[in-house]
Write a protein that binds this ligand. Structure first.
Ligand code: BG6
Length: 478
């Protein structure tokens, strides 16, 4: 279904995110017929590019980041006709009149701030001063949204000075992932799970986001951030919220976000002994974290595992184990919900019993698995075995699976539609920082050092202990 025609201005239009994600994503939506031909995309950045030179850059980005079978020369040419460039001085006056002159009446206006947060205020102010942003205009901002509660509040205040909350789209691209949204469908469109979705029946929840990449090339940013700020405060927190939240009364932006906010507020800080931080060592012909970050003294974590609890009726007593790290064995993200044992076993083969586990695979091989106990087939008597009820999106959807938009594509289309459900509200971001800040301050005050781990492993040894101590095990990263 096509969205309304729009003028989308990308500040930072020549930057890495624009090249890798935003522009190729828009092309794919154009190809899919979702971006109407009456739409315009305007790159805005400091450089002195002509429209033609910018189009050339966009064409190169498409060639690099869109798979060959999705590149159609005619469609690319048609897409590029809708692309232009304005050279802009974010802190001065240059370019703003030219930008104003390019905006058309009667179409949706969206402004993507793909720039350093320090420029948000300047951009917001000038958009208003030049009458470019109308009351319906939308602005899109990226993470990192602050690096602690104080800076997040300051950013919220800067934006709030010029825009209403309903105009502000804070991206957490995990919310745009197909399976992440499916979490809500699984929970709230089926009766099957909800009665069991509580501490009484759920033993524990594991959330894993494992990556094989290191921080090469992003060392300067990453070293000031670390896995807690880069991944847990936002992406893992959002996953946890979708698992733990109460059913919203409607699939409506504020109803959903109100419920997520309650989860964040009820989330206890993990105890110091329930946090394991790691840093990858050199190996596999590559430098270790300290070489990549160019800080030999760095205590920043490239891996974190922690156990936390949610203090409310539904979840009292069910631990949530979170872990994420770089340069691990495999790129594998999943949520695993482990149910408790039946109250009484009628089978002699109690040893063979294993827990029911619902596994939601976010990437790769998106899909779901429900681990069930059945009778081992054959004449061997009543012996139990565990088998998966397996659903892979690729199998279920066949060729259509290729047309699933990636997270950025979907989220940008939601901006144009004016649907904020999959975007973080200001109070949500602040609550997530209010949770993370004291945890980070705690390890800084204690002077904790991260434990080294081998690249290609599943993380530091202590992370295994975090589970073993509780008589549980992490699922294998593979
Ligand atoms: C980003 C982080 O937000 O998410 C990166 O800054 C991380 O460090 C990335 O690599 C992971 O995203 P994805 O979609 O590849 O799982």
């Amino acid at each position: 279904i096509p969205v309304e025609p729009f003028d989308l201005v990308i500040f930072g239009g020549t930057g890495d995110l624009a090249r890798r994600k935003i522009l190729p994503g828009l092309y794919r939506r154009f190809l899919a017929g979702q971006m109407p031909v009456e739409s315009r995309i305007i790159g805005a950045a400091r450089g002195d590019l002509t429209d033609e030179a910018f189009r050339q850059m966009v064409a190169e980005a498409i060639a690099e980041f869109v798979p060959g079978d999705r590149r159609d020369d005619k469609m690319i040419a048609a897409f590029l006709e809708r692309v232009g460039f304005v050279s802009i001085d974010a802190k001065g006056t240059g370019g703003w009149d030219q930008l104003a002159a390019r905006m058309r009446p009667g179409v949706v206006r969206a402004f993507y701030f793909s720039v350093a947060p320090a420029l948000f205020g300047d951009l917001a102010e000038r958009l208003h001063a030049h009458g470019i942003a109308d009351a319906q205009a939308r602005i899109v901002v990226e993470k990192p949204f602050g690096r602690d509660l104080a800076s997040a509040r300051a950013l919220n205040a800067v934006l709030a000075a010029h825009f209403d909350e309903h105009q502000i789209y804070r991206i957490d691209h995990y919310l745009g992932k197909e399976t992440v949204q499916n979490l809500m469908a699984v929970r709230f469109a089926n009766i099957l799970f909800e009665p069991l979705w509580k501490a009484e029946y759920i033993d524990h929840v594991q959330i894993t986001v494992a990556e094989t990449v290191g921080v090469e090339g992003r060392g300067a940013y990453y070293d000031k951030s670390g896995a807690m700020r880069d991944m847990v405060q936002n992406h893992l927190m959002q996953l946890l919220c979708l698992i733990a939240m109460e059913p919203p009364y409607h699939f409506d932006p504020d109803a959903v976000r109100d419920e997520k906010l309650k989860v964040i507020r009820a989330l206890d800080a993990p105890l110091p002994e329930d946090i394991v931080r790691g840093q990858y060592l050199p190996g596999g012909g590559q430098g270790g974290y300290v070489e990549h970050s160019e800080n030999p003294q760095s205590r920043t974590e490239s891996y974190i595992a922690l156990k936390c609890h949610i203090s409310n009726w539904r979840w009292k007593g069910t631990p949530f184990y979170l872990r994420t790290g770089k340069r691990l064995r495999a790129r594998a993200s999943e949520i695993a919900i482990t149910f408790k044992e039946p109250p009484h076993s009628i089978f002699d083969d109690a040893k063979g019993w294993r827990e029911n586990v619902l596994v939601i695979r976010l990437q790769p091989n998106e899909g779901m698995n429900l681990m069930m106990m059945i009778k081992e087939p054959g004449p061997g008597g009543m012996r139990l075995m565990q088998v998966p009820l397996d659903m892979s999106f690729a199998d279920a959807l066949g060729a259509d699976a290729e047309d699933i938009p990636d997270a950025y594509e979907r989220l940008i289309m939601d901006v144009i539609r004016g649907n904020q459900t999959l975007f973080m509200r200001g109070d949500e971001v602040e609550a997530a920082w209010a949770w993370a800040d004291p945890i980070i301050a705690g390890w800084e005050a204690r002077g904790d050092r991260p434990q080294g781990y081998d690249p290609g492993s599943s993380g530091p040894e202590d992370a295994l202990m975090l589970m073993h101590r509780d008589g549980r095990r992490w699922r294998e990263i593979k």
